[in-house]
Design a protein around this ligand. Sequence first.
Ligand code: 2AM
Ligand code: CA
Ligand code: CA
Ligand code: CA
Length: 280
Amino acid sequence: RNDSVVGGKSFTAVAINCASKAGEWIKTKLGNYASLDMKYSSHDLVTEVDKGSEKLIRKLILTYFPDHSFLGEEGVEPGPEASAQALRNARDAEYLWIVDPIDGTTNFVHGFPYFAVSIALAHKGEVIVGVVYDPSKDELFIAEKGKGAYVRGRRMQVSGEDRLSDSLIATGFPADDSYALPLNMKGLAAVVPKARNVRIAGSAALHMAYVAAGRLSGFWEIGLNCWDLAAGALLVRESGGQITDTSGRPFDLGVRNVVASNGLIHDELLATLKSAEAIG
Ligand code: 2AM
Ligand code: CA
Ligand code: CA
Ligand code: CA
């Protein structure tokens, strides 16, 4: 095995190695893969590249840490019940790797260059390492609990905007979700007129990395899963931001309706969503 990149068994080094290896491989498959499946509908896609990326990451992690647990999106049946059950089964593990092998599959399928590999390590339910890799821009976002967060080797800090009216905000649409869709529409209708503007770029993990990097001041989305959020949550927190559910409760692995921000606009964003009855 290739130790030149890893250089030891550090959790973070392994997470970085996995994310960059998977990301580089995914990039070679852009516009060049054989099969496209629909999990539920034409809104919910999976490719052989999602599965291949997860397999590569899983194999590498378990080679280094055979006694660790692993939870990846493609190892779980689609739908919220199966996701919740998979998390219940896994969350008490001492060390649990939580992996989204491609966050933003729809973008990947269409060649829209905004997708990422997301890898987190939780210790007894608390995220201690988070890595998000954007192969299109070759940008690696890294956070270690208590040690800050970095992009391209530079320390990240959330933005300084303290009003929604000065803030660029992002959200997302799991478009086939009959529960989330009307809530997202109400939230969007309420936030667009109050914020500077709203972006819907298609990767929750990258949106959160962008909040951490100060490129966005806030992000919210209804109906996500722990593999979308775990790494990004640590990036946001270690960059000085705030991350809660849509009711304002602090983030944990069970949160599905999420609000992440620079902290300064958090209450205003929460209140705007609440007033629109868009919090789930
Ligand atoms: P994915 O690309 O890994 O599936 C976009 O709004 C975000 O929603 C992405 O992070 C995307 O992750 C996720 N997503 C897409 N379809 C979804 C679904 N059916 N249920 C829950 N999340 C979904
Ligand atoms: Ca998916
Ligand atoms: Ca995802
Ligand atoms: Ca995915």
